[in-house]
Design a binder for this molecule. Structure first.
Ligand code: SAM
Ligand code: SF4
Length: 393
């Protein structure tokens, strides 16, 4: 098993307080790993030069999206996903290996102040949606304070969370008061014994309770994430659609994606086409909704149902051209593509005293290096990436 975290801590090269601001920024362009090896300094130097050659000196004052968030394909990144922790109270088979993952030491996980500082920088530059994820974000002790502080950022419209729902029901009223206004709860089976098999833990009824609590508290829709895997839960697709009949629930069927340690195999993948076929045969009144260009899901209404059904088709029909997402991992690394191994640390420069302008330059350079689209699923499966539990979806 590969352990990435020791690699990550080496990714920034020889930072020194005595360096000038420019050389300090350069030192953070570690750019991730190439099949486990660090990229060379020469590579970094050329990336620096290439990236900054394309950056205008000044951002027009009337542009609500800072140049920092626009990549070389013109995509505006207005959506930031923040992983609050690598820890989790479940052990889902598709997310992490049975033997677990090595955790970043607590001192290297972003503190509340660091999270809020970075989030504030992103929001002031044009990010209008933040999603908290993990690991399991709701187990973080300061989750309420984090939600309060983030929801008070001027310009932020949506504060969302993706959670396994295990301990959410009792925490949710307070989290809602703290400004959490969008909720995705993950649930892959409606059969309690299968839940225990898929997540390697008990707790099915508690997740169901969280879903119904969220509905009662007025979350509309309550999004339910369901990763579909052949031989595990593909026989339950229509049962999940039934959940949308009487309640404002949006069931989101997600194609199984390869990440390190999750034993991905194309035979376990149930494609969008196949899932839609299964749903279409039973629900003839299913209709596609006209989606926004940055919408990653394919959304459908079902005649007579209060809720809706969506498909996340990352494997068989990627949506990279409209991608507006950036990811900040719990260890403070910025990841510009879910399936790309490149990461740059924002935590290290912060801890070395970088000011906001220096951080903006590091972020802007990473965004500019984002590729037009990710590789196909078979190449993704062969490329080292982190386990999903480190990334947060
Ligand atoms: N613990 C929280 C939860 O489970 O909702 C948040 C973190 S989890 C990594 C975020 C989302 O990623 C979940 O909806 C989960 O189902 C999804 N996910 C994890 N591994 C996946 C995989 N291999 N393919 C597709 N989705 C995956
Ligand atoms: Fe934990 Fe979520 Fe991963 Fe399941 S999917 S192991 S709940 S982080």
């Amino acid at each position: 098993m590969r352990f990435y975290l020791s690699g990550c801590s080496n990714w920034h090269l020889g930072f020194s307080r005595l360096n000038s601001a420019k050389s300090r920024i350069k030192s953070y362009f570690q750019l991730g790993s190439d099949h486990g090896k660090l990229l060379t300094t020469n590579h970094m130097e050329s990336s620096w030069t290439r990236t900054y050659a394309t950056m205008p000196e000044k951002i027009p004052e009337d542009d609500p999206i800072s140049n920092m968030l626009v990549d070389s394909f013109g995509r505006h990144h207005t959506y930031l996903r923040i992983s609050l922790t690598e820890r989790c109270n479940l052990r889902c088979q598709y997310c992490m290996p049975a033997e677990g993952v090595e955790l970043t030491p607590g001192s290297k996980v972003m503190s509340q102040n660091e999270i809020v500082r970075l989030a504030s920088l992103f929001v002031h530059s044009g990010v209008n949606k933040i999603r908290l994820t993990g690991g399991e974000p709701s187990i973080r002790k300061d989750i309420e304070e984090i939600c309060s502080q983030l929801s008070n950022l001027r310009g932020l419209k949506t504060l969302a969370m993706t959670t396994n729902g295990l301990t959410l029901a009792r925490k949710l009223p307070k989290l809602k008061e703290c400004g959490l206004n969008l909720l995705n709860i993950s649930l892959d089976t409606l059969v309690p014994a299968k839940f225990e098999f898929m997540t390697r833990r008990k707790g099915h009824e508690r997740v169901m309770e969280s879903i119904y609590t969220a509905v009662d508290l007025g979350y509309n829709p309550v999004k339910v994430n369901c990763v579909v895997m052949r031989g595990f839960n593909d026989d339950e697709i229509c049962d999940f659609v039934e959940l949308t009949k009487e309640k404002p629930i949006n069931v989101r069927f997600i194609e199984f994606m390869p990440f390190d340690g999750n034993v991905w195999n194309v035979k376990k993948l149930v494609s969008y086409a196949e899932m839609l076929d299964i749903v279409g045969k039973r629900y003839t009144g299913i209709k596609r909704i006209q989606d926004h260009p940055t919408e990653t899901a394919k959304n459908f209404t079902v005649e007579g149902h209060q809720g809706t059904v969506s498909f996340i088709t990352s494997m068989t029909d990627h949506f990279c051209s409209g991608c507006n997402r950036l990811r900040l991992l719990a260890d403070g690394n910025l990841k510009v593509c879910l399936f790309g191994p490149s990461e740059v640390s924002l935590r290290d420069p912060i801890r070395e005293g970088a000011d906001d302008n220096e951080l903006r330059q590091i972020i802007g350079a990473a965004v500019k290096r984002k590729k037009g689209s990710h590789a196909g699923m078979f190449d993704i499966a062969k490329t080292p990436n982190r386990p999903m539990i480190h990334i947060g979806g």
